[in-house]
Design a binder for this molecule. Structure first.
Ligand code: NDP
Length: 480
């Protein structure tokens, strides 16, 4: 067995954790442990290998394949003759796999970094053991071991036709019929991708409606469009999957009122949430505090809590500890942790306000801040002002002949403070950024609208009009 390793810094997880190895550590000893993505063993974490990056590389061709729908609205006859699944898949993973293996090689070649490509289990607050028995003790330790897809324990779940987001993008054959279980971010993104590329998609969700954590008006608008774009059924859970002799599978499904149904498909995608990997690293056994959903508890400095108290020199970041399982949040937390590791006497706090997110489905969704209901609950309905701007009532919306896009802003009518924004439609993820900026810098709604020029007639005028539609005070020195 290898002799014990002692490090100045040890990191569990090569996703956002990998970015902690700054030049500060060049003359120190760093250990980076990562078992790799389960399906492929890949280095670099979820976002790069099986998450944000490859999915968006599939979203783009799926969007282009749908262009004839948009073109027809403005009098252009276009036709999609099909999509080259194997070509798209191989192009995407040629790029992603090269970045992953290049990242691993770069770390392996650094003399001061020891890469352990194994599952590790905590043996204390500053130590862990690898599966092969290598003991590691570190002055400072960061747990950035991420999350994994939740999988229901039903018969047939292990069949090769049943996939999660970790495997579905590498399918050998394009599925003609895809059954998706779940109604959240991942289910809705893959429904958009596969239906765009030509699959017959059926999506089943447990509750009524899709994307139920969103503002209700936006979730309803999205669900209504999804129901037009592919088959959607609610109030259904998966009971089991069996293989069919003629190929493909039959999914056994139970409705909320107890009826049994069957769905035939080539492939089933399970997308019912993600589980933090705190159990895999043995966080509870090491005495670390956990939230009810399994996330490791941290303080504002990202220090891990044990018995309610922060442990010096022990940090967690990203999906394993964060309420928002989003790469841009993990990146921010990694910058905070990097600072705190290097400056233990001058700790900085992480900022978790005005966190935006987007669902790159068809249509696209984006959100930041409170929903209308949350705003009314927090400050009282009488203090809330809301404007929902239709894309179709702006100049660029006329150009698009858009009939479905919505941009909604919620503010405090007493002082113009923006509380949230929610969008569904073309480019929602980009359109929302000026509102994120205003919220982050404390700019009131009127100043955000009139304190800058908006390019006419860009689609961004949707946001300007939504801001101007709020019933908020006009500051005394407000620009005209
Ligand atoms: P989500 O938590 O977003 O949604 C889970 C969905 O699955 C809900 O609709 C839930 O239904 C449904 N569900 C749960 N259990 C069952 C079941 N047994 N049968 C049928 N449906 C079920 O999970 P995701 O896996 O989509 O995503 C996980 C997280 O990953 C997201 O919360 C997000 O933070 C992150 N992510 C972000 C992305 C982005 O930013 N673009 C993209 C992908 C992931 P119900 O409504 O009843 O609760």
């Amino acid at each position: 067995m290898a002799s014990p390793l002692t490090a100045d810094l040890a990191i569990i997880g090569s996703g956002s954790g990998n970015s902690l190895i700054t030049p500060f550590w060049d003359d120190k000893k760093v250990v980076l442990a990562d078992k790799g993505i389960d399906a492929t063993g890949a280095f670099g974490g979820t976002c790069l290998n099986v998450g944000c990056i490859p999915t968006k590389m599939f979203v783009r061709p799926a969007h282009l394949a749908r262009l004839p729908e948009e073109a027809a609205r403005v009098g252009v006859n276009a036709q999609t003759l099909g999509a080259d699944w194997a070509g798209i898949r191989d192009r995407i993973f040629a790029r992603v796999d090269a970045i992953s293996s290049g990242g691993r090689q770069y770390r392996e070649e650094l003399a001061h970094v020891e890469l352990l490509s194994e599952k590790v289990t905590l043996t204390g607050t500053h130590s862990f053991r690898t599966a092969s028995g290598q003991q590691v003790t570190a002055e400072q330790l960061v747990i950035a071991a991420g999350s994994r897809p939740a999988v229901p324990e039903v018969p047939g779940i292990g069949l090769e036709q049943v996939h999660t987001s970790e495997t579905i993008m590498r399918l050998e054959e394009f599925p003609q019929r895809l059954l998706i279980i779940g109604g959240g971010y991942i289910a809705c993104e893959f429904a958009g991708i596969f239906s765009g590329l030509g699959s017959e998609v059926t999506q089943l969700n447990r509750s009524q409606g899709l994307m139920n954590q969103l503002d209700a008006e936006i979730a309803d608008a999205y669900s209504a469009q999804a129901e037009q774009n592919w088959t959607v059924r609610y109030q259904r859970t998966l009971a089991g999957v069996v293989e069919r002799s003629e190929g493909g599978v039959t999914a056994h499904v139970v409705t909320s009122d107890g009826r049994a149904e069957e769905y035939d498909a080539d492939v089933v995608l399970i997308a019912i949430g993600r589980v933090p990997n705190s159990d895999l690293v043995g966080a509870a056994e090491a005495g670390l505090d956990l939230h009810a959903d399994g996330r490791i508890a941290v303080d504002a400095y990202q220090r891990v809590l044990a018995g309610g108290e922060p442990v010096e020199g022990l940090y967690a970041l990203g999906d394993i500890s964060s309420e928002a399982m989003l790469k841009h949040v993990a990146n921010h937390e990694a910058r905070v942790v990097a600072h705190n590791l290097e400056n233990p006497g001058q700790l900085r706090t992480a900022r978790h306000e005005a966190i935006p997110s987007a669902v790159f489905s068809h249509p696209e969704i984006a959100q930041v801040g409170l929903t209308q209901q949350q705003a009314m609950d927090q400050i009282g309905a009488e203090h809330v002002t809301v404007k929902t701007q239709r894309y179709g009532d702006t100049a660029y919306g006329w150009a698009m002949e858009d009939e479905t896009g919505l941009f909604k802003i919620i503010a405090d009518r007493r002082n113009g403070q923006i509380l949230g924004a929610h969008a569904v439609g073309y480019q929602a993820s980009n359109l929302i950024q000026p509102v994120v900026q205003a919220m982050s810098f404390g700019t009131d709604a009127y100043t955000a609208a009139r304190g800058q020029y908006w390019i006419h007639p860009a689609l961004m005028e949707v946001v300007e009009n939504a801001l101007l539609g709020l019933e908020v005070p006009v500051p005394a020195d407000a620009p005209l």
